[in-house]
Design a binder for this molecule. Structure first.
Ligand code: ADE
Ligand code: ZN
Length: 782
């Protein structure tokens, strides 16, 4: 576990719902109390001070030490000190609220009056609230290895103390003492307005049977431990549906059983059961709540989001009044949002970090940005996704920082962008503008420093979270060369773009492609990257050129910068393309050719074929062929060079910095090594690249993501997919690993955003009518 994660856990606002006050009696405090009461130290405590420590291996042997030790508790002051001692420690661990078990029968049965116990504990709680601001309530446990009659008498004793006792529980030795034994006592307790919980200890005889009794016969609001429900799917579902909290104690589990049950606890959390993490008897098991959470963090694959969910569950199933619960949940959400990304190093370290990185420096991007603002730079004329000409329509987006442009529809349909269109998928600058709305003032509206630090922070976080896109991002040349940019998008799994071998082209030698009427069929033409008179959209998305789609964009900054005038500008696209063709923009040869085809495509689809003269057909076909080979070679260079270049780049990451990263995160070390490790397919890629560049390959944009799966049957295409990344599935579809579903920007932010995803749920259904009514409320778990 990284320091960062540890700090994250320590800082979480917490609720503890399963801790026994008598189990908080440390040997130190026991010694102090024994001295104060002028009595000998119990043997079990004496032993605890030796190197051996407390000696127990299961619940029974634990209880055999636990009860004698508490004999040092004699006066109300002793009980108050015990409560204060624990609450001080809990407060240090950011516990905001505690529900404390206590065992009055363990004291009354040895002659200490019930009011002494209660007045003492109550004073301790009040003192902690006053001095530390930590809130606590009491849950009175009946000792299940004593009689139900004694339990009922104890319940009667408790009636005057309803101000501080909010519920009743059942603990001690479970063997032969099923919940049913106390059905009447619990029934009466319910009538008196107490909330109900009950220990169903780990791996007991008849564990599942006892849990069923607790749920069906007693109607408990919570179960203490209870992880054995994993053995019974129906019970899991019932507990989930009834929103019954399970207060789990991993460290205690590991002491009294052979396993800490982390797997089961996490499984239940992921199934939506409201499990919480607690300490049980921290003085004996040597783990307060943080140590219990650390154990889960160390020994399972729990995520930060889940760690937050444990706490959300704890507040949700607590017996707090609804307004207080909501306040704590809000605090938790704020914390989760702020800290989920982890703490970043100071700015100078971040700057050094960026300097060690071989990709484009922020300063370069900023230069470009300012060139952009002053109109000194040129942007691309073709969509990054479909490679067709950008029409001057409100549906085209451009990045204010880098030269990239994209059809709004292409971005929306083909690129995973987390439901918003506010980040350029490649340079990740959060500035997309409608094509006609870009003005220097808009571009300059944010401070350069702000931009710089934001970018570096995001970048750093990617490292930390082992973002798979990192390597790809490092390859970003930021030169606006469309084919390689596009390949980057594919490699990053950010775009649903497929590499497709056109059968008509494979059948003929590549020169034949010049004569082949590529784009003749609207369906194929629409989905191919070629310049032969295709509109920028595949057939399925063919958009009316000028006005019909000039509606307001639906979301994000696109909407913010929407310029209704732009809707009238669609007809200008032909002249725009013609300008590109005439070389008035310093675009590359391939782009110029594409612009030429865009000129021909700038007419309404229906008129297109009749308008296409022989000359433009030839030009288009030749540009197609050229583009095809460009694409193929860019794919091969991109894949082979990327692997080859990853090593020098990695070495540029200063070793100090890298080790810092490594130290900061186990995950981050994975990245560093992945930089250094040549990919398995490296040699294949290199050997394939020569064949590949001669193979006429087209890249198609699938409108559905599945449609052209069959078209990827050729060997070349599959080799391509193999060489460039691992996103090609057996069926040939360019699919993306679930983990890489997010865009770059989304990746950068998903860690924290996701953490608060249940916040509303966590507070929504809480009853506002006091504790007895609020017990089924709170956030869904998992
Ligand atoms: N973990 C535990 N199980 C049952 N009874 C207890 N009394 C104190 N701690 C207990
Ligand atoms: Zn317990």
């Amino acid at each position: 576990m990284t320091d960062d994660l540890e700090a994250f856990i320590k800082g979480l606002p917490k609720a503890e719902l399963h801790v026994h006050l008598e189990g908080c009696l440390t040997p130190q405090l026991a010694k102090r109390l024994a001295k104060r009461n002028d009595m000998p130290l119990p043997d079990s405590v004496k032993k605890a001070s030796t190197a051996e420590g407390f000696a127990f291996h299961d619940l029974t042997s634990f209880l055999a030490i636990y009860y004698p030790a508490m004999e040092v508790l004699q006066t109300a002051e002793d009980f108050a000190d015990l409560a204060m001692d624990y609450l001080t420690k809990a407060h240090q661990q950011n516990v905001r609220y505690v529900e404390l078990f206590f065992d009055p029968q363990a004291h009354t049965s040895r002659g200490v009056p019930f009011p002494t116990v209660l007045n003492g504990y109550r004073n301790g709680l009040l003192k902690a609230q006053r001095e530390l601001g930590i809130s606590a309530s009491l849950i009175m446990c009946f000792l299940r290895d004593m009689s139900a009659e004694f339990a009922m008498a104890t319940l009667m004793d408790a009636l005057p103390y309803k101000d501080v006792i909010i519920g009743v529980g059942l603990d001690s030795d479970e063997r032969g003492n099923p919940p049913r034994k106390f059905a009447k006592v619990f029934g009466r307790a319910r009538q008196e307005g107490f909330l109900l919980t009950m220990h169903c200890d780990i791996d007991q005889q008849d564990s599942v049977k006892h849990i069923r009794q607790a749920v069906h016969d007693i109607g408990v609001d919570r179960i203490d431990h209870g992880t054995n429900i994993v053995e019974d799917a129906e019970l899991v579902e019932l507990v989930r549906q009834k929103a019954i909290g399970l207060t789990c104690c991993p460290v205690s589990n590991s002491v009294v059983t052979s396993d800490f049950k982390g797997k089961e606890i996490l499984q239940l959390l992921r199934q939506g059961v409201r499990v919480t993490l607690n300490s049980d008897d921290p003085a004996y098991f040597r783990g307060y709540v943080n140590e219990n959470i650390f154990k889960v963090a160390w020994e399972t694959d729990v995520t930060r989001k889940e760690l937050v969910q444990f706490q959300r569950n704890a507040f949700a199933v607590s017996w707090l009044s609804s307004w207080r619960r909501d306040r704590y949940l809000e605090e938790l959400d704020v914390y989760a949002k702020e800290k989920a990304r982890g703490t970043l190093p100071p700015e100078d370290e971040l700057l050094a970090f960026e300097a060690s990185y071989a990709g484009p420096q922020t300063s370069q991007l900023m230069e470009r940005h300012s060139a952009w603002s002053t109109g000194a730079a040129q942007r691309n004329k073709n969509c990054l996704v479909c490679l067709n000409a950008i029409r001057q329509s409100p549906k085209a987006l451009l990045c204010a920082t880098c030269p990239r442009v994209m059809h709004f529809a292409c971005l929306k349909e083909k690129v995973a962008h987390g439901g918003h269109s506010t980040h350029c998928p490649l340079c990740v600058k959060r500035r997309w503008h409608l094509i006609r709305a870009v003005t220097p003032t808009q571009c300059d509206s944010h401070s350069a420093d702000d931009f710089r630090m934001k970018r570096i922070r995001r970048f750093y976080r990617w490292h930390r979270y082992n973002c798979k896109h990192m390597e790809e991002w490092q390859k970003l040349q930021d030169d606006g060369s469309l084919e390689s940019d596009r390949q980057l998008l594919i490699n990053m799994g950010a775009a649903k773009i497929k590499v497709k071998q056109d059968p008509s082209l494979t059948a003929k030698p590549s020169s034949a492609a010049a004569d082949s009427p590529v784009g003749e069929s609207e369906e194929v033409a629409g989905s191919h990257i070629n310049d032969a008179g295709n509109g920028p959209y595949p057939e399925s998305q063919q958009q009316p050129a000028d006005s019909a789609h000039a509606g307001r964009p639906q979301s994000g900054e696109a909407a913010e910068y929407y310029n209704p005038d732009a809707s009238r500008l669609g007809s200008e696209r032909a002249s725009e393309a013609a300008r590109s063709l005439s070389g008035s923009h310093p675009v590359g040869q391939g782009q110029r050719e594409r612009a030429a085809s865009a000129a021909s495509s700038s007419v309404a689809p229906s008129a297109r074929s009749s308008n296409r003269d022989t000359q433009s057909e030839k030009q288009a076909a030749s540009s197609t062929s050229k583009l095809n080979s460009q694409v193929a070679s860019s794919v091969s260079t991109s894949s082979s060079s990327s692997h080859a270049s990853s090593e020098p780049r990695a070495s540029m990451v200063s070793s100090g910095l890298r080790s810092k990263l490594d130290g900061a995160s186990r995950v981050a070390s994975g990245i560093a090594s992945s930089f250094l490790r040549p990919k398995k397919s490296d040699s294949n890629v290199k050997s394939e690249s020569s064949t590949r560049s001669t193979a006429p390959t087209t890249i198609s944009v699938s409108s559905t993501g599945n449609k052209s799966a069959t078209s990827l049957s050729s060997k070349t295409a599959s080799k391509l997919s193999e060489g460039t990344n691992s996103h090609a599935s057996a069926s040939g579809v360019w699919s993306r690993a679930p983990s890489s579903r997010a865009t770059l920007s989304q990746r950068a932010e998903n860690k924290d955003e996701s953490l608060v995803s249940h916040s509303e749920a966590g507070t929504s259904k809480v009853s506002s009518r006091g504790r007895s009514r609020s017990r089924k409320s709170g956030a869904p778990a998992g």
